[in-house]
Design a binder for this molecule. Structure first.
Ligand code: ADE
Length: 244
């Protein structure tokens, strides 16, 4: 590993889940070649009783279990002692939704610490006591933060220098400028009676670019009206007269 490689540290009750899918393909090769590093800490190693308990029943009653602040706190301190200047994210459905621009900012840094929860969640005092950034990967509930951490790391790692073959493909894709990506085609020219749009064989790069822009806008308007609104607003902001 090179000294300035992106360093990820994950606090989890299931270290065996890592690297999992990000140990394969692009992210996996980059991990093996030292473009980034991954360390896991088992939260249970910071338990202090003989049963190694990490959770307890919720104060005030109710279903499920809550992760204890004393045990999780010790695991956080162990990470802070080594990498205190890095962003410290907590994967939770209560967090701020993850965006490509947050991913980009994280990828531009030197690493990230990620805390994964299970059960009903964390004791609230952890969020008050430590500078943690709660992050969600979508409005649905996973069985734990680990799959969410894998999503986050996958999104970061592919943006690290040297990981993706052609960096242009990172610039051209969905969510840059609030538009979904335009549709792609490849051979065969006819499949199941469906043809590749003729314009893509025209060799006219300006026309192809205009067609792709139009398709990207069409798809965004149809499938992601929320993004479409952002796109329209950003276009208005960019146009000097404010009217375009
Ligand atoms: N843990 C459980 N559900 C989650 C979600 N949607 N995002 C991040 N962490 C989670």
């Amino acid at each position: 590993m090179t000294n300035n490689a992106f360093a990820a540290t994950v606090l989890t009750l299931y270290p065996e889940m890592f690297p999992g899918p990000i140990g394969l393909s692009l992210a996996g090769s980059a991990l093996k070649s030292g473009l980034w590093s991954l360390k896991t800490l088992d939260i249970r190693d910071y338990a202090t009783d003989k049963h190694r308990s990490v959770d307890d029943s919720p104060s005030g009653g109710g279903a499920g279990m809550v992760l204890r602040p004393d045990v999780v706190g010790l695991s956080i301190q162990a990470v802070l002692a080594k990498a205190s200047s890095l962003p410290f994210l907590v994967m939770t459905p209560r967090g701020k939704p993850l965006t490509q621009s947050r991913v980009k900012a994280l990828a531009a840094g030197s690493g990230v610490n990620i805390l994964c929860g299970r059960f009903e969640g964390f004791d609230e005092r952890l969020f008050e006591h430590y500078p943690l950034e709660p992050v969600s990967v979508g409005d649905y509930v996973l069985s734990g933060g680990e799959p969410a951490a894998l999503v986050l790391l996958d999104a970061i790692v592919r943006l690290l220098p040297g990981v993706m073959g052609k960096s242009a493909s990172a610039e051209d894709e969905s969510f840059e400028g609030y538009l979904l990506e335009y549709p792609h085609y490849t051979r065969p020219r006819e499949w199941e009676g469906r043809m590749i749009p003729e314009i893509l064989h025209s060799g006219d790069h300006a026309k192809i670019a205009a067609w792709r822009q139009q398709k990207a806008e069409e798809h965004t308007r149809l499938w992601r009206p929320d993004l479409w609104e952002h796109y329209l607003a950003s276009k208005i902001r960019k146009s000097p007269s404010g009217t375009q």
